[in-house]
Design a protein around this ligand. Structure first.
Ligand SMILES: [Zn+2]
Length: 200
């Protein structure tokens, strides 16, 4: 059994979770409200160290990253305010999934056991690598653990496009980044459908 850190307490999670002082976003304040878990993909194939470095350089941050082999890295306590989803930063917990997409897609990805997948977002076809089986399991287990820790429904909106401000104002559960920003397509729709198929 592994644990995530939430409000200073260890909470059980059925995915391998690691943390190190080297990959820790420091001095982030507490978030006032928690209504959602926001899932992302990184768009590249760099692991936790690379993701941490890239975010820090850009003045961004996130709570978790799920690597291709299913290892979960925690970069901040769940109660911190991380900068991963613009207007949702103040009420959500962020999970990055390491996954090539768009221009970074290549034949190399089949070596990870990935295939090219496609989904429709805002009426447009989006090509991305499929998540590996191990990281799909870990992403679902992690999302479930975070939802349980914060009393959120383990249920995704899994919409075709961006949610309205009104929808977001009432929302409780799991969102994809593309549902918050017109500029984004991550994390595709497949993982959100899997959340709903896995059920409460
Ligand atoms: Zn994102």
């Amino acid at each position: 059994v592994s644990y995530i850190l939430s409000r200073g307490f260890e909470v059980e999670c059925e995915a391998p979770v690691r943390a190190t002082r080297d990959f820790k976003f420091q001095a982030l304040g507490r978030r006032a409200e928690t209504r959602a878990v926001v899932l992302h993909w990184t768009g590249g194939r760099r692991g936790a160290a690379g993701v941490f470095e890239t975010l820090r350089e850009r003045g961004l941050s996130v709570h978790f990253v799920v690597e291709a082999d299913g290892t979960v890295w925690q970069f901040a306590d769940c109660d911190r305010r991380c900068s991963h989803a613009g207007p949702a930063n103040g009420w959500s917990i962020g999970i990055e999934i390491v996954n090539p997409a768009g221009a970074t897609l290549s034949a190399k990805d089949s070596a990870d056991g990935r295939t090219v997948a496609e989904c429709s977002i805002r009426g447009r076809r989006v090509r991305h690598a499929s998540f590996t089986a191990a990281q799909t399991r870990s992403a679902l287990a992690l999302t479930r653990a975070v939802c349980a820790a914060w009393g959120l429904p383990f249920r995704a909106r899994a919409g075709e496009g961006t949610a309205t401000a009104r929808e977001l104002a009432d929302f409780r559960g799991v969102l994809g980044h593309y549902e918050i920003s017109d500029q984004k397509t991550d994390p595709g729709r497949g993982i959100l459908d899997l959340v709903n198929e896995a059920g409460p």
